[in-house]
Write a protein that binds this ligand. Sequence first.
Ligand SMILES: [Zn+2]
Length: 87
Amino acid sequence: MKKGKGFRKRGLNVTITHIVRCIRCGELLLAKNEQETRTCPYCGNRILIEKTQKVASAQSAYEASVLLRKMKEETAARKNLTADRGS
Ligand SMILES: [Zn+2]
């Protein structure tokens, strides 16, 4: 029987992947749980994962990338709304 959410099993090959926001340029990027630092691909800033606010977390790198894309789309949609007001 499969009940619960699978958090109990140890030794499962789950890599928690966080979505963090670069404090310098504000872009969102992915960082694996075991990573201590991550270099921002946008501005080259070195980010300390532990000290950076995590916007979201996912159970796999794939899930995280899907989530990241969604968040970026939402941000883009919001920007479009703001731009519409001006015209
Ligand atoms: Zn950056």
